[in-house]
Ligand binder design. Structure first.
Ligand SMILES: Cc1ncc(COP(=O)(O)O)c(C=O)c1O
Length: 323
């Protein structure tokens, strides 16, 4: 199961998408390095097409669908925003229609961008209605459903982040990855471990997700239908890791998980705005919060070079989390 996606799949995904996506830059900050006593490298996926890493997986998935079935007319998804934007953008490249189901509280900037990339937006009442609405549209229009994370072509697309990051910074000892459905974490873990077997990949979660307990007991303890977490990290509100991404994460990712609070996220986001001069969304700030945490301070000092994924920059400037 765990090798359902291989480094070869990820390299192929990179060939497929590299004409369309950006090679995102890596930033460092000496103040932070002194503060945490290690070198920290930020992979700025907030500069990726559509403002988040999601462009990689969405494009890989849509182009794979199109190559399997050139007559496919459209795709449908539900999303907290970033995957919706990415799928809308990818669908335009693949010349297929796109419908995105969102809840009413989805940030305005994300909704505007989804429409701006040419997709149709469908609103539903609550997070638990999203999948039902999506399935209904999928059946009615015969549009395949492209999930945010739990899909092998999405996982392979997100894995390209690690291929690129390790070319830019081969000395990385660890990579810290924000986790929701686990598409990014599983893709990065497969690629990073294949390229550099001793590297460590850690998850970062909003408080209450329970990844550490699940990893340490080896059990997916989450309920179905999924629960949603109260966190300002709007991209990470879905509690469970996916059914396909879970076995990969269990195999390749460290059993210690960084768990961060809203307060930690705000502190980290302000630090990045003020010191790195980068616009990131709260979901993206959890990596920075993890780097600034006591948990990292207590870890093996041989882990000198830490990579952090700044996963997105689609911040709603009318609703900054400290205002
Ligand atoms: C900015 C951002 N970072 C991280 C994630 C988590 O990604 P995944 O669902 O692949 O775990 C998301 C998911 O929506 C996101 O929008």
């Amino acid at each position: 199961m765990a090798n359902a996606v291989t480094i070869q799949d990820i390299n192929m995904a990179y060939e497929t998408i590299s004409h369309y996506v950006h090679t995102t830059p890596v930033f460092t900050n000496l103040t932070l390095d002194h503060l945490v006593g290690r070198k920290v490298f930020f992979k700025a996926e907030n500069f990726q097409k559509t403002g988040s890493f999601k462009a990689r997986g969405a494009l890989n998935a849509v182009l794979a669908l199109k190559s399997k079935n050139p007559y496919v007319k459209g795709v449908v998804t539900h999303s907290s925003g970033n995957h919706g934007e990415a799928l809308a953008w990818a669908s335009k490249i693949a010349q297929v229609e796109c419908i995105v189901v969102v809840t009413k509280d989805t940030p305005k900037t994300k909704c505007q961008a989804i429409k701006g990339y040419g997709a149709e937006l469908v609103f539903c009442q609550s997070p638990s209605d999203r999948k039902k609405t999506c399935d209904h549209i999928s059946n009615e229009k015969n549009f395949p459903y492209v999930p945010t994370a739990d899909h092998y072509d999405i996982i392979a697309g997100q894995g390209t982040i690690a291929v690129e990051f390790l070319k830019q910074v081969p000395e990385l000892d660890a990579i810290l990855v924000p986790v929701s459905g686990g598409g990014m974490a599983s893709g990065i873990a497969i690629a990073a471990k294949a390229i550099k077997p001793n590297i460590k990949v850690f998850l970062i979660e909003p408080e209450g997700k329970m990844c550490e307990l699940c990893l340490q007991t080896g059990t997916r303890l989450w309920s179905d239908p999924p629960k949603f977490l109260h966190t300002i990290a709007d991209g990470l509100r879905l509690q469970p890791i996916g059914k396909l991404t879970w076995p990969i994460i269990l195999d390749f990712v460290e059993k210690e998980v960084f768990s961060v609070t809203d307060e930690d996220i705000i502190k980290a986001m302000k630090f990045v705005f003020e010191r790195l001069k980068l616009v990131i969304e709260p979901t993206s700030a959890i990596g920075v919060a993890a780097v600034m945490s006591e948990r990292l301070a207590a870890m093996d000092t041989k882990m000198k070079n830490i990579g952090v994924i700044l996963s997105g920059g689609n911040v709603d400037t009318d609703h900054l989390p400290w205002c």
